[in-house]
Design a binder for this molecule. Structure first.
Ligand code: NAD
Ligand code: TDX
Length: 356
């Protein structure tokens, strides 16, 4: 029987990868994608599935209660997979308001519509799962050792992570109070095709490709745990099908790297895979250490033992393979990259990096 999933934010980086992942693998899935098309949402990310009869795009805001309630009534989704968010930490520092609006108020609006559709789990209710896609940043910052587990107390430090933490708490409250069958996932840094070039990896790929300076914050020794986006999609599909309501699952790549290691690896791969820079100079010569991000979390590292043990998910892509695939994708999709480097990107870049 065909399952209808309501996906929010399906035109963004992870959402679009997830929609494509499911439509390519699961014949009996129908996806309704609700997306506001902010600067981060791009219809071309799903252009090749737009005509698929199992796919419907709805242009709208998750904060619009009338629209969201109407969609639940009309589509009667079996599951919600909630990606829609403002997702970039630096933007949350310069303009936190949109983060509170979409991440907190938007999640609340979606939960209210889901609660109405849930009808206390009666037989007529179609809704079976509400998967809330969240981040490891809600746990705060680690020192040199240790890992985030599902029991780590929340300690968000940026307006972005505080807004995601607030949304996680609301989701959890709807499980405990109303019995809504929610599952929360807290995932580490994703990378891969379709990522907007404000995040570290695509920003460095784009700049290094064009011989521009490569801004590394602070001493470059902050650590992130990187997960290839397709592995995250597989984890979310596993959680959607097997996750236990009320539970949280940490998702990570078991792949800690300092930022400077990432930037250096990209330079080395691009020197090998792309046209040489003028004079044949190495791309590592473009690296510039710049003023640090305020409140920059030092280290994130996920303990993903629970999802491995209970649901049998593990990452399948090594970092070397994932980074090579990611760079190949950006090299093969120059028009996509050019398309997102529009005027608003140029002014964002100037504000964020000019004179830094
Ligand atoms: P993204 O910024 O690339 O995409 C966000 C999408 O949400 C865009 O399509 C945008 O148009 C849409 N959107 C924003 N506000 C909306 C609104 N009010 N109504 C409807 N749609 C709206 O984000 P991403 O990197 O794909 O992240 C997706 C989710 O995963 C987010 O919830 C994020 O917090 C979480 N997450 C991301 C990472 C990561 O490394 N990127 C890691 C862990 C968790
Ligand atoms: O130009 C840069 N230079 C730099 O040194 C940028 C954009 C980033 N950095 C550093 C900051 C971080 O230590 O690289 C690291 C990664 O930065 P981002 O790509 O901005 O990701 P991060 O802040 O770690 O947050 C990401 O992972 C968790 C996503 O943006 C979040 O949505 C997700 O929840």
């Amino acid at each position: 029987m065909t399952k209808t999933l309501l996906v929010t934010g399906g035109c963004g980086f992870i959402g679009a990868n997830f929609v494509r992942y499911l439509l390519n693998r699961e014949a009996d899935v129908r996806i309704v994608n609700l997306d506001k098309l902010t600067y981060a949402g791009n219809l071309s990310n799903l252009a090749d599935v737009a005509a698929d009869s199992r796919y419907r795009f709805v242009h709208g805001d998750i904060c619009d209660a009338g629209l969201v309630g109407g969609l639940f009534a009309e589509e009667k989704p079996e599951a919600v997979v909630h990606f829609a968010a403002e997702s970039h930490v630096d933007r949350s520092i310069s303009g936190p308001s949109a983060f509170v609006q979409t991440n907190v108020v938007g999640t609340f609006t979606l939960l209210e519509a889901a609660r109405n559709a849930w009808l206390d789990g009666s037989a007529e209710a179609s809704l079976r799962r509400f998967v809330h896609v969240s981040t490891d940043e809600v746990y705060g910052s680690l020192g040199a050792t240790g890992y985030f587990t599902e029991e780590t107390p929340y300690d968000p430090r940026s307006p972005y992570s505080a807004s995601k933490a607030a949304s996680d708490h609301l989701v959890s409250a709807y499980f405990h109070t109303y019995g809504l069958p929610t599952v929360i996932t807290n995932c580490s840094n994703n990378y891969g095709p379709l990522q907007f070039p404000e995040k570290l990896i695509p920003l460095i790929v784009n700049n290094a490709l064009h011989g521009r300076e490569l801004p590394v914050y602070g001493d470059g020794k902050n650590v992130r745990d990187w997960l290839y986006v397709e592995d995250h999609c597989a984890a979310l599909w596993t959680v959607l099908n097997q996750g236990v309501p009320g539970e949280t699952y940490n998702i990570g790549g078991n792949n800690e790297k300092q930022n400077i290691e990432i930037v250096t690896a990209i330079c080395t791969l691009l020197d090998e895979m792309a046209s040489p820079l003028p004079g044949g100079k190495a791309r590592t010569s473009l690296i510039r250490f710049v003023k640090d991000r305020p409140g920059h979390d030092r280290r994130y590292a996920i303990d993903a033992e629970k999802i491995r043990r209970e649901l049998g998910w593990e990452p399948g892509t090594t970092f070397e393979e994932g980074l090579r695939r990611t760079i190949s994708w950006y090299l093969a999709n120059g028009p996509w990259l050019q398309g997102v480097l529009d005027g608003s990107y140029q002014s964002y870049y100037q504000t964020m990096y000019g004179g830094r």
